[in-house]
Write a protein that binds this ligand. Structure first.
Ligand code: NAD
Length: 300
């Protein structure tokens, strides 16, 4: 069992801490929001006073923060993790960030003799609670092998996909497929509704064929039931696609579909829909058609 520091106790970090504690690890935790530190202390963790303070008391520090700027601040900034981390200790960043930032943070860690993995997750809050996240890891194989048992307390699938940055490239690949799938589903259901068909009947007719997918099964019933409660928020998905486009540009790769869906997400955020579930991408296509995807029985 290890002494683990955990920084970032939000929607995902809170339940991940709980699972680490359940597995018998000792935890010291920090968040800029004191109420979140108190909440996780209530699960049995020791409260920390800063990211540096957490690192001084830990062999492993896990970070679960919104995006790259917060990771740079919490790890590389003043009173950050790297100021307190001892040579030979390990930092595992589980936030979804740009692979370029992961590489920058990894290089700063290496210069101080601190080991670094980027290990973003897929699965959202329910899987964070159940400890069944899919965890995609970038970094050195020996460090991965050492950290894998700790990661398995939070995830049911833990995969090394390449060197530092590869975890986030894999996560971006995941986010591209999900976003483009939701947009394609939106176009299909808007067309079917405009043609006078019941979108629920169309969904049931196609879900077993080649167009069927986990995204379709999860999101079509939400859209048809007009339930856009998150789930995974529009603003987080916009952030992920922005990171995908920045990484793609640095590699001179064009992502035309991702770029289009990114514009839809930005438009929805400007309409005050940033905190809706990402299934609300469909709203953008509905607005262009002047129609809502609903079963005829639900229509006024
Ligand atoms: P969140 O906003 O709920 O939590 C982030 C926490 O970080 C907040 O509590 C915030 O106060 C804290 N924080 C910010 N800056 C800090 C700093 N400098 N020092 C200490 N604490 C700081 O976000 P979340 O939903 O838990 O997501 C975390 C990451 O996981 C994101 O990168 C997100 O894209 C990714 N993710 C989220 C989901 C999901 O469904 N929510 C699913 C998969 C991946």
């Amino acid at each position: 069992m290890s002494n683990i520091g955990f920084v970032g106790l939000g929607i995902m970090g809170g339940p991940m801490c709980r699972n680490l504690l359940k597995s018998g690890h000792k935890l010291v935790v920090y968040d800029v929001v004191p109420a979140l530190v108190e909440r996780v202390a209530g699960y049995g963790a020791s409260p920390g006073d800063s990211a540096r303070g957490v690192a001084e008391r830990s062999e492993i520090v896990i970070t679960m923060l919104p995006d790259g700027p917060e990771v740079e601040q919490a790890v590389l900034g003043p009173a950050g993790v790297l100021e307190g981390a001892r040579p030979g200790s390990t930092i595992v960043d589980m936030s979804s960030i740009s692979p370029l930032v992961a590489q920058k943070v990894g290089a700063a860690c290496q210069a101080k003799g601190v080991r670094f993995l980027d290990a973003p997750v897929s699965g959202g809050e329910p899987k964070a609670v159940d400890g069944t996240l899919a965890i995609m890891v970038g970094g050195d194989e020996a460090v991965f092998n050492e950290m894998a048992p700790v990661l398995r307390t939070m995830g049911s699938s833990v995969t090394l996909t390449g060197p530092v940055g590869a975890g986030n490239v894999t996560k971006l690949a995941n986010q591209i497929i999900v976003a483009c799938n939701i947009a394609a589903m939106g176009e299909a259901l808007v067309l079917a509704t405009r043609a006078g068909l019941d979108p629920n009947v169309v969904f049931n007719a196609i879900k077993g064929g080649l167009a069927g997918s986990t995204v379709l099964n999860a999101k079509a019933p939400m859209v048809i039931g007009r339930n856009f409660k998150p789930g995974f928020r529009i603003r987080l998905h916009q952030k992920d696609l922005r990171n995908a486009l920045l990484a793609a540009e640095s590699m001179k790769v064009g992502l035309p579909l991702t770029s289009t869906v990114q514009q839809m997400l930005m438009a929805l955020m400007n309409q005050g829909k940033g905190d809706l579930d990402h299934s609300a991408i469909v709203n953008f296509i509905e607005q262009m058609a002047g129609i809502e995807v609903k079963s005829p029985g639900d229509l006024p």
